[in-house]
Design a protein around this ligand. Structure first.
Ligand code: WQD
Length: 337
């Protein structure tokens, strides 16, 4: 298949690009580079042995998207492009709704025009809101605590309605848990702008000496050590889930939703300890107040993806910690070197 990866220069998109090409498909990237660097394209060439066609466009720009579709004859789209900072979405909700919803609608309209009927969407476990019970199962109640999450849930709804109305369209919604790690080559990885919001990039920046210490947000949650529990998944496992999902979309119609997680929850302190042990490093930390909007515990029930997509996460926490550190230590300034 020839597959368009919107946001394909980003963290999850770039890792998915490698797996897509390794599975024998052709990848094309559309990315405005607003939260990624052009250097990733060179690295992708190095890892895949292919020049990945690249369009530096805003996926909400319908004219440019239309031109690209006219030229490329895609079989499928994996849609990663979007704003993704939870805190920023609270202060700039309109920017989030405009951008994230607009890009999805634009793609769907242009796909319909060019009769492209396979769509995989990068959704998030954040659509479960504050969980009543764990593990989280796909059929459970949804609802969000911030505009970023609502854009994910709204796009899930738009795609579900679009595939109900257009019997040719097939949609797979992937609800990611907490992607961490990097490609084992150390050539691609997560390169956040500014001070990281997420736990692993924060830890690796403390390890490299860019940040003095980690703040652990709360140690009074009802969890085994009082710190927040999440389902961390290696980004390469997550990327492989996209290959399964796009192949599934090609063979089925309608909409399906899958959790992509490991099914195991680790606390913040579990992660700090595992990172220290895996890399023989010390991560200084202090306990801080809870971060607003955080929940105590989230982890996936990954059964459906196993049964239907024949996908399971294969890498363990040691792999995740070592690969995160290899990326950061080989690229202290990310792609800016
Ligand atoms: C994990 C744990 C924090 C930073 C968010 C979004 C979600 C998804 C991924 C994507 C929590 C604790 C963190 C720090 C800490 N979005 N922590 N100190 O909050 O589970 O998910 O990112 O695009 O939609 O909500 O991930 O990595 O921020 O936090 O103690 O400096 O680490 O409190 O328990 P989260 P995270």
């Amino acid at each position: 298949m020839k597959i368009l990866l919107t946001g394909g220069a980003g963290y999850i998109g770039s890792h998915t690009c490698v797996e897509i090409v390794q599975a024998g498909h052709d990848a094309v990237i559309a990315d405005d580079l607003s939260n990624s660097k052009p250097a990733v394209l060179e690295r992708l060439k190095e890892l895949t042995g292919k020049d990945i066609p690249f369009y530096q466009i805003d996926v909400a720009d319908k004219e440019k998207v239309d031109e690209m579709f006219a030229k490329e004859h895609f079989d499928a789209v994996i849609h990663f492009a979007g704003y993704k900072a939870v805190g920023e979405s609270v202060t700039k909700p309109l920017m989030y709704y405009r951008n994230n919803i607009d890009t999805a609608l634009t793609l769907l309209e242009v796909m319909e025009k060019y009769d492209v009927n396979n769509f995989v969407f990068s959704s998030s476990a954040t659509v479960y809101g504050v969980p009543e019970t764990v593990p989280l199962v796909e059929g459970m109640k949804t609802g969000c605590t911030n505009p970023y999450g609502w854009t994910k849930l709204m796009i899930e709804q738009i795609l579900t309605d679009a595939s109900a109305a257009n019997k040719n369209l097939s949609v797979v919604l992937l609800r990611y848990f907490n992607p961490i790690g990097a490609h084992p080559s150390g050539r691609i990885g997560e390169d956040p702008n500014g001070i990281p919001n997420n736990l692993l990039p924060y830890i690796t920046q403390v390890a490299i000496g860019k940040l003095p210490q980690l703040g652990v947000f709360g140690n009074d949650y009802p969890t085994h050590d009082g710190t927040g529990v999440r389902d961390y998944i290696h980004v390469v496992d997550l990327a492989k889930g996209h290959v399964k999902a796009i192949e599934y979309a090609d063979e089925h119609k309608g909409t399906e939703v899958f959790n992509l997680g490991t099914g195991t929850g680790y606390s913040v302190l579990d992660i700090v300890n595992a990172f220290e042990k895996a890399n023989d490093l010390k991560i200084p930390y202090v306990i801080k107040p809870r971060r607003s909007g955080d929940v105590a515990e989230m982890y996936a029930d990954p059964k459906k993806a196993k049964e239907v997509l024949n996908w399971v996460a294969e890498k363990n926490l040691v792999d995740m910690c070592q690969d995160s550190w290899r990326w950061q230590s080989n690229n202290p300034k990310g792609y800016d070197e």
